[in-house]
Design a protein around this ligand. Sequence first.
Ligand SMILES: [Zn+2]
Length: 332
Amino acid sequence: MKAAGALRWTIAAIVLAAMLASVLSFRADAQSEYMRGDRMPYDAFDRLPKTDLDVPGGTIHVAFAPGEIMLPKEKLLDWIRMSARAVTAYYGRFPVTSLRLLLVPVDGARIKGGTTWGYRGAAIRIPIGRDATENVLQRDWVMVHEMVHTALPDMPDRYAWLSEGLAVYVEPVARVQAGDLPAREIWQAMMRDMPKGLPQASDQGLDNTPTWGRRYWGGAIFCLLADIEIRKRTDNRLGLQDAMRGVLAAGGNHAQDWTIERVLAAADKAVGVDVLTRLHDEMGPKPVTPNLEALWRDLGLKRNGEDMAFDDDAPLAAIRKAITAPRQQQGD
Ligand SMILES: [Zn+2]
């Protein structure tokens, strides 16, 4: 019977649709299992196969959440190695002896914002667009940004400006030191973006203003000012880099819970000047608006239309160069 035949086909179509739906929802579940919530899926991670990458001072355990990625795995591992090299160039060693790194395939071609955790050992999760190209990996800053987070102890949320500020400021500097970016590019970006971190009319200090601009760029301004001040007070021998290496040397990293006072004291001790503690006393409780235009001029950064020129006769030109100069690594 036609009706029966038609019904059979309808049932077949329904069964097929249901199977397809369950396959699709399985895929969606598989992805969301690794993206769900605001915690690292440590248990799920521990069930995945891992590739171990040796880095100076540690091992990165890389796992891929289920799903297709266009680029071959080896290219993705190269990107992780390149990012780890930049972070190592800055800190003198990889910040943690063991890092779990989870890549989660998602729609699109971009590297979406990553997240770093420390409560059960340092862990990073990065959503990567399955259509990402080698060029996207080459230009990516997210991986280095997240790895920089692993170098700072976990602190209460109101001090997120320090951890985001360091990640925003250190990431490009580390990539220049590693030879992955030209210095010109990062100074241009700082001139363009740092004004986003200046206090707005109703803003309080960094400790009391949990906005995006103040956390990311306000924190980055704090780091730049600290770097310059440490260099001024040590005849340009030491900088923020040495201070933050001091935190690592004192046993501080993202798997530890420290107070901000302890972090800043350890950093200050490493360079022998109390720049970070004092700057926090100033910028933490109340809004401070540094004159960025004067700062760019003193560093020898001159706007030239869309472009920028360096002025090596400027009073802080030597400090500007020292900030991005490659440094010795531990054991060199
Ligand atoms: Zn961050």
